[in-house]
Design a protein around this ligand. Structure first.
Ligand code: TRP
Length: 328
């Protein structure tokens, strides 16, 4: 496949239904890149990566893959424009990861900040495993199989892109030039807080799902954390620490006006929430309706075609890598 377009690769672990944090933090950027004719995008369901921490809950994985892909399609990821595929079905990922594992010093992996942090955070799970330590090696294989020019990621993934560059360099140095070094594309995504002002996350129970219906949305907006010092409607508020305002910044083109009104005590939190709901509802309706019109089998059809296309690129790169090493 010769294409003058530059490749973009990104992936998401299959967590099932997506929430607004996933949307504003990642998918919006993916949609922009998909629309850019300079790029050919590969969007990957990182199901092997999910296994690195959730190997004991593997039976729910399939339905999570399906739900996530349906949400991707509902927001506008388009299999006609992008290659949407499933990591485990393109076995070149596992093969290249194994080759990379031969040249990855353990120290590189052990000092990655996310590694130590996750070990601490997921202390109740036994993840002092080979697979989990090797998470970034697999991610490097994901990226380099497609010789990606750019990798749209959040800040938390920067160290993984760094190690990908290190591995590309080390491989090229040892065996000859095969892999270009990718760039992390950070972009200006919005950070959406959860209802309680912590990071939005399924596991915290503070998320708004993309497909929440009007009733659920209404309830969730009413639960949003607001400035605790603003007790009466005409008390002056502090929008910077307020979840409702964080969402106004995204959904309300006149959020600056709202900011001033809040600070000057000219609007109360209940009215502010009602207004927000009226802005979010129509925006979310489109996605909800598109999602409802999709059949589960469509997710698998899309993946099957995408796997095929991904495989043809991946196979070529793996072959090149094997030849460079001297295996072929
Ligand atoms: N580790 C990424 C995350 O948790 C998911 C991922 C897997 C990924 N492989 C990738 C992201 C390759 C970018 C490129 O978000």
């Amino acid at each position: 496949m010769n294409s003058p377009r530059k490749n973009i690769l990104s992936g998401m672990r299959p967590t099932g239904k997506l929430h607004l944090g996933n949307y504003w933090g990642a998918l919006v950027r993916w949609l922009e890149l998909q629309a850019d004719p300079d790029y050919r995008c590969f969007f990957m369901v990182a199901d092997l990566h999910a296994l690195t921490t959730d190997y004991a809950e593997s039976k729910t994985l399939k339905s999570k893959v399906e739900e996530m892909v349906l949400d991707w399609l509902a927001v506008g990821l388009d299999p006609e424009k992008s290659v949407i595929f499933q990591q485990s079905r393109v076995s070149e990922h596992a093969e290249l990861a194994l080759l990379f594992s031969m040249i990855t010093p353990l120290g590189w992996l052990e000092r990655i900040p996310t590694y130590k942090e996750q070990l601490r955070e997921l202390a109740e799970r036994e993840i002092t495993t080979h697979g989990f330590l090797g998470y970034p090696v697999l991610q490097a294989a994901d990226i380099l199989l497609y010789k990606a020019f750019g990798v749209p990621v959040g800040e938390d993934q920067l160290s993984h892109v760094e190690i990908t560059k290190d591995l590309a360099r080390r491989f090229n140095h040892l065996y000859g030039d095969v892999f270009p070094e990718p760039k992390a594309l950070l972009g200006k995504t919005a950070r959406v807080p959860g209802l309680d002002n912590r990071k939005m996350s399924k596991s915290y129970g503070n998320a708004i799902e993309l497909t929440d219906d009007e009733g659920v949305l209404k309830k969730k907006v009413s639960q949003m954390f607001t400035d605790p010092a603003k007790i009466r409607a005409n008390d002056p508020g502090h929008p910077e620490g307020c979840v409702v305002f964080a969402f106004h910044k995204i959904y309300n083109p006149d959020s600056a006006v709202r900011e001033a009104e809040c600070k000057e005590g000219r609007i109360g939190c209940v009215a502010c929430k009602t207004h927000l709901l009226s802005l979010m509802n129509p925006a979310m309706k489109t996605v909800r309706e598109r999602r409802a019109a999709l059949k589960p089998s469509q997710a698998w059809d899309v993946l099957e075609k995408g796997n095929e296309r991904a495989r043809s690129v991946a196979r070529e790169t793996l072959d090149e890598a094997m030849k460079a090493i001297g295996l072929r």
